[in-house]
Design a protein around this ligand. Structure first.
Ligand SMILES: Nc1ncnc2c1ncn2[C@@H]1O[C@H](COP(=O)(O)OP(=O)(O)OP(=O)(O)O)[C@@H](O)[C@H]1O
Ligand SMILES: [Mg+2]
Length: 465
């Protein structure tokens, strides 16, 4: 017979009825105070106690230690200075029964307390990846580690994770307090501990005044906070969130986004967050994992993805408004010097670009040149465009223009603007060569930032494993 003490204070018995009955009988006869558990010996994963009553050996308990001692002894739900929550996805793949490969070979190492955002268009495999981490989907191939432990065959409740879904589904007949306490009650956490945790989390989320209300008497944003609170009270090692803000209106979404940033600083745990909204990804993430059709295309900080997109897909997905793409451009090589030719005009590339292209022994090529709307200047320049729509936004103009067959979007600061940018005007515009992205016309890969080694493994980190 083996007893498992699973997590902070909750007991899961393999032969629970028998053990509990013996405990109750002894307690009724002798009172609880006389019980004395004595540590026999401890292994890395198990403590063995002899339970002694009035110096007589009664029975032996094997306690499997699934959490760190820091957590078990911690003074409050968020006292966890030494708790590590590193998550590693190694060659993770998902093939559904209908033979759909939803996720191909994801390799990702998430550092302790890192905020990772999975982003990509609908159907790219974000939720599937998250659900595999949560244990709600089987992993078809590959290995998942949380805190150094292989998790593939561990049931969700023992993975020490909490998940917040898009349709947060609170229990309508329960108060906010009971909704938040539910998971802890299931784990038979003592009432005083539950009350303290609910109170602390409600305070962090600013929902203390709603604790006795039912969900229907709350706004969307408040319900969302309750859903997050319900996950937080469990004090998970890893917090998984699948589009938690997508059914809120734009204003509330902005507010909640700020809340999550603050929350993250306060609870200091590892986050995996799914969204298809690039703004959410850019503002929340330490690193972004950008996916398409089940493949990871790039992993990097928001700045890396913005400045150094590996291919046309990443370049077009990250950044608002979307990057301008000049098809039919050329990479020229004349007397050992590289130029980008856009709409027949030559731009001598920067020293950095020269070096990078030379190191790859890049040949002249047909390219799509990419230029971010924020990187265009008007007034002077080699290129011309006719302004079709000019939106004055206060600090900047958002301009839609046509330049030959290309549509060009420009974001032009109003401060210091000399040129006339009213509708119907033809303007000269320019771009600094170092800000031109060079995409191979055939493959769509960035001639400078695409790296075959990383792409083979679908993630830059792969080489480290
Ligand atoms: N239970 C399932 N059985 C078969 N195929 C599935 C199943 N669940 C998802 N898929 C398929 O797997 C692919 C990835 O789905 P997933 O839900 O992970 O996408 P997603 O990136 O979360 O998209 P969204 O942004 O729309 O939520 C899709 O092509 C989807 O149709
Ligand atoms: Mg999804």
């Amino acid at each position: 017979m083996m007893n498992h003490f699973n997590g902070a204070g909750s007991l899961h018995y393999m032969d629970g009825v028998h053990t509990r009955r013996r405990l109750c009988q002894h307690r009724m006869a002798h009172g609880a105070a006389a019980w004395r558990p004595v540590v026999m010996r401890s292994g890395p994963n198990t403590h063995i106690y002899n339970v002694i009553y009035e110096d007589v050996f009664i029975f032996r308990i094997f306690v499997s230690i699934k959490r760190s001692p820091v957590r078990r002894l911690g003074g409050g739900p968020f006292v966890r200075a030494e708790l590590m929550s590193e998550v590693i996805l190694k060659g993770i793949k998902k093939i559904y029964d209908n033979k759909v490969t939803a996720v191909h070979d994801v390799n990702l190492k998430i550092a302790d307390k890192e905020f990772i955002v999975l982003v990509g268009p609908s159907g790219c495999g974000k939720s599937t990846t998250l659900r595999m981490v949560a244990g709600l989907e089987d992993i078809s191939e590959g290995e998942l580690y949380i805190d150094g432990n292989l998790m593939n065959d561990i049931v969700p409740k023992d993975r020490d994770i909490a998940m917040v879904f898009q349709n947060y589904a609170l229990y309508p007949h329960m108060t906010v307090r009971d909704n938040m306490a539910f998971a802890l009650k299931l784990k038979r956490t003592p009432k005083s501990e539950i009350d303290a945790k609910v109170k602390e989390v409600a305070n962090i989320l600013g929902i203390t005044q709603y604790l006795d209300r039912k969900p229907k008497a709350l706004s969307g944003g408040q319900r969302q906070r309750v859903a997050i609170g319900r996950a937080m009270v469990r004090n998970p090692k890893v917090f998984l969130m699948d589009e938690p803000l997508s059914n809120l209106d734009a204003k509330l979404r902005n507010e909640m986004r700020a809340e999550i940033i603050k929350l993250r600083q306060r609870i200091d745990t590892t986050f995996m967050y799914v969204t298809h909204d690039q703004t959410e990804a850019m503002t929340l993430a330490d690193r972004i994992v950008i996916m398409k059709d089940g493949y990871v295309h790039q992993i990097g900080t928001p700045q890396e993805l913005f400045n150094s997109p590996v291919n046309l897909f990443v370049a077009g997905f990250i950044g608002m408004p979307v990057m301008n793409f000049f098809k039919g451009s050329k990479l020229l090589l004349e007397d050992g010097v590289y130029y980008a030719e856009i709409r027949g005009e030559k731009f001598k590339l920067s020293d950095f670009q020269q070096k990078a292209l030379k190191s790859k022994d890049q040949k002249p090529a047909a390219i799509t040149a990419g230029v971010r709307p924020q990187h265009i200047t008007v007034g002077e320049g080699k290129l011309t465009a006719k302004i079709e729509v000019s939106e004055m936004m206060g600090t900047e103009y958002n301009i839609h223009a046509s330049s030959g067959d290309d549509e060009v979007v420009m974001v032009i600061p109003t401060v210091g603007l000399d040129a006339d940018v009213s509708m119907g005007t033809t303007v000269k515009f320019d771009v600094a060569p170092e800000l031109i992205q060079l995409f191979d016309e055939e493959t769509g890969n960035n001639l400078i930032w695409y790296d075959e080694e990383s792409a083979k493994a679908n993630a830059p980190e792969c080489a480290k494993y």
